[in-house]
Design a protein around this ligand. Structure first.
Ligand code: SF4
Length: 377
């Protein structure tokens, strides 16, 4: 398959790994953060950690939008859904994320009308079909999904569909990277830049990371060869003492981003002064809210939102894992109280969550090996 097979070619992968071994300077430990949850998933899925030199440490970043959403926002969205006749629509990966009184699926089991949708346009279609009921779309995601929410709101306004609103939880990636760099317990050498977000915002917004922080950034694709090539490009820069932004994912990411998507976002959204991120706390201008011109389609401007604030369970270390300070398996609850079947934190739910990726591709493998060895013994 074009753009897949050649990026999984064993010969090319072997060459890239050899180049990485050649470029890595003996005695130097490299800490490279992959910002995007999709990259974390690919790294575990393809076992890339196992073929890299030990001194190249990949740190998982905060680029999983479900994982960084504080529990209070889930509680607020579900509280709005309790109003008579309301339909609560959200993407599938939100459905098992725990709120204080259970996940959206658990609320559904108790009688709330919760529906899975593949896009905000699907939620708007539910509103068209149910004119006597109000549909709330629980919007989530970085700049990757924000344009489709914006376009849906523009449609809703144009068609004057009043029984539809959006509970907006869209966040932006650059302030999160800034918060990570400002964190005193974090030392990083370079970044694998997010692939999906960059299809919308392009590569230019990362230039300050190279210029002001002296850290190279390479925007990467999601196949094994994409990620290995990106590491080669980062090591070449580090070896030469350079810090630039480079685009490995040119087949998808335009340097200047997607102008039409950015225009739709600017029409509908503005920056929130503050927004709380799980693990990172309040970060200024790090999230989007709906402009007053679209107030009739904004759940927060239309309804009373409880503005719940909930601390994560004490023993859960989601914050440290999100900041890359701890590896998933270093959380005290990992694999014991917290598993994909019984998640305590969102990182164990979302396919982009580092705990779920580590559990499914590394931990299960080791656990079944241990069982195999003990049955032989
Ligand atoms: S194992 Fe569970 S509680 Fe611990 S960091 Fe991961 S999701 Fe959070």
């Amino acid at each position: 398959m074009r753009f897949v097979d050649e990026f999984r070619d064993p010969g090319l992968i072997t060459k890239a790994v050899e180049e990485i071994h050649r470029l890595a300077q003996p005695g130097r430990h490299y800490r490279i953060m992959e910002v995007c949850g999709g990259h974390t998933h690919a790294i575990y899925r393809f076992g890339l950690k196992d073929i890299l030199p030990e001194d190249i440490e990949l740190i998982h970043g905060p680029g999983c939008p479900v994982c960084v959403l504080p529990m209070g926002r889930i509680d607020d969205g579900l509280a709005l859904a309790q109003k008579n006749g309301t339909i609560f629509a959200a993407f599938g990966d939100m459905m098992r994320v725990p709120g204080t009184h259970g996940s959206p699926f658990e609320h559904k089991a108790r009688g709330t009308d919760v529906r899975i949708v593949y896009s905000p346009a699907d939620a708007l279609q539910i509103a068209r079909k149910n004119p006597k009921r109000h549909v709330i779309f629980f919007a989530i995601g970085f700049e990757t999904t924000a344009p489709s929410t914006a376009l849906t709101l523009m449609h809703a306004k144009r068609e004057a569909i009043r029984n539809f609103s959006v509970f907006c939880n869209h966040v932006t990636i650059v302030p999160a990277i800034r918060a990570i760099l400002d964190s005193p317990d974090m030392r990083l050498d370079a970044f694998i830049g997010p692939g999906h977000v960059s299809t919308v915002i392009g590569c230019r917004p990362y230039e300050w990371i190279a210029r002001a922080e002296g850290k190279p950034v390479v925007t990467s694709g999601f196949e094994p060869l994409d990620l290995l090539q990106s590491i080669v490009m980062l090591l070449r820069q580090l070896r030469a003492g350079e810090a630039r932004v480079e685009n490995q994912y040119k087949r998808v990411v335009p340097w200047e981003g997607n102008r039409a998507a950015l225009k739709a976002m600017a029409e509908v959204f503005e920056l929130r002064p503050h927004f709380e991120w799980r693990g990172l706390g309040f970060i200024s201008q790090s999230a989007l809210r709906i402009r007053k011109e679209y107030a009739d389609w904004d759940s927060e401007q239309r309804f009373d939102v409880p503005e719940t604030r909930v601390a994560d369970p004490k023993a859960a270390q989601c914050g440290e894992v999100l900041k890359g300070v701890l590896k998933p398996a270093q959380c005290k609850l990992f694999g014991k109280e917290c598993t994909p079947e019984h998640p305590i934190g969102a990182l164990m739910v979302s396919s982009e969550g580092s705990c779920a990726a580590y559990y499914n591709y590394e931990y299960r493998k080791t656990a079944s090996l241990v069982t195999e060895i003990s049955s032989v013994a």
